[in-house]
Design a protein around this ligand. Structure first.
Ligand code: A3P
Length: 283
């Protein structure tokens, strides 16, 4: 089964809604010159690592609220165009799945803080599979066993996941104080502590009670219920599809065969050789 709704940008397979950030739909350099504000924060996430989870957490920490304004809509900042980017109200959370070298230059000049969210790649693969299967845009009906090789080869949305992680690991090594790494699994298992850690990184004065309230407000069930009105959900997704699918650690175990899992581990070991990052595969 083929996947529609994709374009190639600088060799990366991207969803077609990424056109606007680009130079004539060909590459990302169109947004290299976008203007950055001093209070912008980057939310860099591996696709399906929990962007829709950490975005409201950052919003609540930065605004010291425990609710989202009803009119606030989530968008990847690079799926918008420069004009709309400039209209985004502060504090702006610049959510993106792109690797560091494509992001606006001023982010490096201003040393903008980056919250980086990663997730074990087996669960990320399963999550991206359902995302691709369930979004109208991709008109996709493939099986997981056919999707997995494409994911491993970087032929799915946002390209090569191994390079993505390696490029950010390199950046973390060179600028350790500028990047706060959040693992989906840690957020899942020890959410309040992780939210407190993010707050410290952002320089937000947030006590434990407040972080608990943020954690509760951003829980899977609360977000799944409140974040997207049914009408809007149905505009993007087939019945049953959503950004909030299962929200668990280890769903890969019901999707990977033993052989697929072993093959994945081998490729992971090769592609991530020398990496110091540790991923968690079970709760
Ligand atoms: P699953 O498909 O495994 O359920 P993104 O927001 O980057 O697209 O990631 C979506 C993934 O994060 C989905 O994973 C979704 O269920 C999970 N997720 C979103 N909000 C969550 C929350 N509050 N708690 C746990 N998982 C959440």
């Amino acid at each position: 089964a083929t996947c529609e709704g994709m374009i190639k940008l600088d060799g990366y397979p991207m969803p077609s809604f990424m056109q606007d950030c680009t130079t004539r739909g060909k590459n990302f350099f169109g947004m290299r010159n976008w203007k950055i504000r001093d209070d912008d924060v980057v939310l860099a996430t591996l696709a399906k690592a929990g962007t829709h989870w950490v975005d409201p957490i950052l919003y609540m920490l930065l605004t010291r609220k425990t609710e989202l304004p009803a009119e606030r809509k989530f968008t990847l900042f690079d799926a918008t165009n420069e004009e709309n980017f400039e209209k985004m109200p502060s504090p702006r959370i610049l959510a993106t799945h792109l690797p560091p070298q494509y992001l606006p230059q001023q982010l490096d000049e201003k040393k903008t803080k980056i919250v980086l969210v990663l997730r074990n790649l087996k669960d990320a693969a399963v999550s991206l599979y359902y995302h691709t299967l369930n979004m109208h845009l991709f008109n996709y009906s493939g099986k997981f066993k056919n999707f997995l090789p494409l994911f491993i080869e970087g032929k799915q949305q946002y390209g090569d996941v191994f390079s993505y992680i390696r490029e950010f690991e390199e950046k973390m090594n060179s600028e350790p104080d500028r990047i706060c790494l959040v693992m989906y699994e840690d957020l899942k298992m020890d959410g309040v502590r992780e939210i407190q850690r993010i707050a410290r990184f952002l320089g937000v004065d947030a006590n434990e009670e407040f972080c608990r309230a943020v954690h509760e407000s951003c829980s899977f069930h609360n977000m799944a219920e409140k974040s997207m009105p049914e009408q809007e959900r149905a505009r993007f997704f087939k019945p049953g599809g959503s950004f909030y699918r299962k929200g668990i650690i280890g769903d890969w175990k019901t999707h990977f065969t033993v052989a697929e899992s072993e093959m994945f581990d081998e490729i992971f070991a090769q592609r991530m050789a020398g990496s110091k990052l540790k991923f968690t595969y079970s709760a």
